[in-house]
Ligand binder design. Structure first.
Ligand code: GAR
Length: 190
């Protein structure tokens, strides 16, 4: 199974995928890692791991549609079976979703459909829920919407900050992402 991973930030979930592949625990080929802006640690650590990387810089395109078309073409050029949004913080267009329909995987640090968006951890804490978690799902044209593949709960502890809670969620999220990819690789047609 060939995957392309998209990142906007540090890419610690991506690192878990890289580590699992290198350890022989995950039978996928990371065809490329791409970002929507320059200077992400996600792309840097991918280069260091010897992976193909690319940037389709959102700010270099006059319109969102042109950026989207360029991103779609670039990702498609790697002929991925699955595209992974791993902390990729841009909404993609219907064209991208159509091109990779049913093959665009997203991870989110909350129990969707609760607390979608860029601040899932912060929003869960602000609401005052006692249990949150993470979700791996097939992404559609919405914000963190689409069929759910796997979820796991994480309890919010007294004294948690957004950072401590997010880090605990990410520990679970990394494992869930790797195990989901392993399941998909074992039965790519499903
Ligand atoms: C992850 O927690 C991911 O779920 C979240 O960004 C973080 C990226 O961390 N994505 C979203 O909030 C999408 N709505 P990482 O760059 O360390 O992998």
């Amino acid at each position: 199974m060939r995957i392309v991973v998209l990142v906007s930030g540090t890419g610690s979930n991506l690192q878990a995928v890289i580590d699992a592949v290198k350890a022989g625990e995950l039978d996928v080929e990371i065809a490329a890692v791409g970002a929507d802006r320059e200077g992400t640690y996600g792309v840097e650590r991918s280069s260091e791991a010897g992976l193909e990387t690319f940037v389709v810089n959102f700010n270099s395109f006059p319109t969102r549609d042109e950026w989207d078309a360029a991103l779609t073409a670039r990702v498609a050029s790697y002929a991925p079976d699955v595209v992974v949004s791993s902390g990729f913080m841009r909404i993609v267009s219907a064209e991208f979703i159509d091109t990779f329909h049913g093959r665009y995987l997203n991870t989110h640090p909350a129990l969707l459909p609760a607390f979608p968006g860029a601040h899932g951890v912060r929003d869960a804490m602000a609401y005052g829920v006692k249990v949150t978690g993470c979700t791996v799902h097939w992404a559609d044209a919405g914000v963190d919407t689409g069929p759910i593949i796997a979820q796991e709960a994480v309890t919010i502890e007294d004294g948690d900050t957004e950072e401590t809670l997010h880090e605990r969620i990410k520990v679970v999220e990394r494992r869930l992402l790797v195990s989901t990819l392993a399941s998909l690789a074992a039965s790519p047609a499903s």
